[in-house]
Write a protein that binds this ligand. Structure first.
Ligand code: ADP
Ligand code: MG
Length: 646
């Protein structure tokens, strides 16, 4: 074998006796480095090879494994196959038949496109590819070791391609040692094949491991939707296809198809939740949350519904080229997708389960839809009330203030969160409130409705005074809410909940950013990292006093990471000094202070309503985190007295 490439001397003496230190990497080394990204573990190789087979139009894909893929991964397909010259090209880096120009990258239709998988896999294994285009002409066999060709010759005719990857990482011992226990690696492989098989019911799949058949599903022949249901139920422990709830909805921006599980099929883990975007399986906690939110009253806490949803969106609105393994995507309007997904799932649940709270009340959550192209221009303040956790959607305050009235009718000081058995009652009263008051017609979601709702005074019941206070009428008088104090209370309780449950919504940055801090800031930040993670920051130390930010809470706009972290750290130190606050309480308060809408910021009617709405979902709506009042009330009596009315 050729000498290990890592040991290539990277410096070279030049004529003048100086030393040039920078040289182009040997190709084999570049491939090996790429392999680190693309082929993170046997499952990644399996995924790439199956995607190639799918791109080649295969209708049958057989996977054979030995030792959880560490000694053999073999993928055999009946797809288009390759000519000899194409086969030779295919194992070269950046060789791809799938895109030819920058424009193509904008609208990727195939699963592969980076042209790195075969080259990467071949560079870290003993690789063999047999490929042929029909049953008559000789096929072609190509063998490589560590990326170097060791054998090539004609082979018996064959339609399709069979790739064998032996002894993965045989030439990268460090990597090999990093493999997890065989059961773990095998599980990753099964998961990878599983999601691919869900997205391709028209293809038959088998998986054989050390001679045992682990999965065997036939190609589904029916029309696509039925085929998907059949495939889902053949592969996953979810019962018969008839029990699934179908989702089918499309707008010009987005189409959502797929299936939901009944609430009583919910599980304790997220294992049975699948999102696909343009045929590609993706991980996206933010959008998963949209589905959860639609189930909100139907599930107890800690229960996760089954869903398999296929989103189709014009490829110009979505970037799949975010990550070499392609499991993350970036939408140009993630909030819009969130809102629509939530509304669509809510509607499907409502229609099927026939409960009034879903079929009637839920479509109002469409008010949260933000379609970027033609929605009203956003001011900075526009973002605030929805911060991270979208508002509860339907509000008992809609158009009137029955919620406020109830609150001020002298009942309780703090409202306990609804427990699962009170949920039915809660949703009934929500429904009744929605019935009693003027609600927007269900169809009026989308850009037009948002526009209408953002015009001040639509409902005539909320006023903003000096861009600082919100005035609203209740049966017994007048309430004045301090927008900043109120918002701080909301954000404070949200942050506390995230810190407790560790479920801050995070969005991955397209380009992770490194940020440099002073030594003392850094030390503080380091201590806060686990908790910041819970709030939705994806940060890691990056050497010295810098950190790399890969993700931020879903509500922070890109480019803001620096100032947000800065301000939180600053605020934290101030609270530490002045109020001697510590730990999580301090962090929650710092985040709330940083994020709250300030005095002097104009709010739309919709924003005010959302703010009030969220305030009264707080445990302690009446006081700000530092104990100041969030609102004051003037009773009718008081007004009468002041005006000297009898
Ligand atoms: P990519 O899939 O990103 O194009 P790959 O390295 O995975 O890059 O594959 C390189 C090329 O090899 C593909 O573009 C395709 O033309 C060809 N190829 C790979 N696998 C197969 C297969 N199973 N059947 C037919 N062609 C294949
Ligand atoms: Mg590929």
């Amino acid at each position: 074998m050729n000498a290990p490439v890592e040991q290539t001397d990277i410096s070279e003496t030049t004529e003048g006796g100086g030393v040039d230190r920078i040289r182009l990497m040997p190709l084999a080394l570049a491939n090996k480095i790429a392999a680190g990204e693309v082929v993170q573990r046997p499952a990644s190789a399996v995924k790439e090879l199956i995607e190639n087979a799918l791109d080649a139009g295969a209708t049958r894909i057989d996977v054979a494994l030995q030792h959880a893929g560490s000694t053999l991964i073999q993928i055999t397909d009946n797809g288009a196959g390759m000519s000899e010259s194409d086969a030779r090209m295919a194992v070269k880096r950046h060789a791809t038949s799938k895109i030819h120009s920058i424009e193509d990258l904008e609208c990727i239709m195939t699963l592969g496109f980076r042209g790195e998988a075969l080259a990467s896999i071949a560079s870290v294994s003993q690789f063999e590819m047999r490929t042929g285009m029909d049953d008559e002409h000789p096929a072609f066999l190509l063998r490589l070791e560590g990326g170097e060709e060791v054998d090539a010759h004609p082979a018996p005719p064959l339609k399709g391609t069979s790739v064998s990857v032996r002894n993965l990482y045989f030439n990268v011992p460090a990597r090999r040692n990093f493999l997890k226990r065989p059961q773990t690696e095998l599980k990753h492989i099964l998961d990878a094949v599983q999601v691919l098989s869900l997205a391709h019911p028209e293809v038959a799949f088998t998986i054989e491991h050390d001679g045992n058949m682990l999965l065997s599903v036939d190609a589904e022949a029916e029309d696509h939707t039925d085929a998907t249901a059949a495939r889902l139920s053949a592969v996953l422990p979810i019962g018969a296809p008839e029990n699934l709830i179908r989702v089918e909805e499309s707008t010009s921006y987005l189409a959502v198809n797929g299936f939901l599980g009944h609430p009583d099929m919910a599980r304790r883990t997220r294992g049975l939740q699948f999102l696909f975007v343009n045929g590609r399986w993706v991980k996206n906690r933010y959008l998963e949350h949209a589905v959860h939110a639609a189930y909100e009253y139907l599930l107890p806490e800690g229960a996760y519904p089954f869903f398999a949803l296929f989103l189709d969106i014009d490829s110009r609105h979505v970037d799949v080229n975010v990550h070499p393994t392609k499991s993350e995507v970036k939408f140009d309007d993630e909030r819009g997708v969130y809102g629509m997904l939530r509304a669509v799932v809510g509607k499907a649940l409502g229609t099927t389960l026939g409960s009034p709270d879903f079929s009637r009340a839920k479509p109002l959550s469409g008010l949260d839809l933000r379609f970027s192209p033609d929605s009203t221009p956003r001011t900075a303040s526009d973002e605030h009330p929805g911060r991270g956790l979208p508002s509860a959607g339907n509000s008992p305050l809609q158009g009137g203030n029955p919620g406020l009235d109830a609150l001020f009718s002298g009942a309780t000081e703090s409202r306990p969160l609804p427990s699962p058995d009170r949920v039915a009652d809660a949703s009934r009263s929500l429904y009744e409130a929605a019935q009693r008051t003027e609600t927007l017609p269900a169809g009026s979601v989308g850009p037009a409705a948002s526009k209408a709702a953002s015009g001040l005074g639509e409902e005539g019941l909320l006023w903003q005074l000096h861009d600082t206070y919100i005035l609203t009428q209740i049966l017994s008088g007048l309430v004045i809410i301090d927008q900043q104090m109120a918002h701080e209370r909301i954000l404070y309780e949200q942050a506390k909940a995230c810190l407790k449950d560790g479920f801050g919504l995070s969005q991955q940055l397209l380009f992770p950013r490194t940020i440099e801090f002073s030594a003392s800031e850094y030390v503080l930040l380091e201590g806060l990292m686990p908790d910041l993670a819970k709030l939705g920051f994806d940060i890691e130390p990056f050497g010295g006093n810098s950190v790399i930010v890969r993700g931020v809470p879903a509500d922070i706009s890109a480019g803001d990471e620096r100032s947000v972290l800065d301000e939180i750290v600053d605020q934290y130190r101030a609270f530490e000094r002045v109020e001697r606050l510590n730990g999580r309480q301090n962090l929650a308060r710092s985040v709330a202070r940083r994020g709250a809408v300030r005095a002097g910021i104009p709010l739309s009617a919709r924003e005010m309503r959302s703010l009030i709405d969220q305030l009264f979902q707080c445990d302690s709506p009446y006081v700000s985190p530092d104990g100041r009042p969030t609102m004051i009330r003037m009773s009718g009596n008081e007004l009468r007295e002041r005006f000297d009315r009898k």
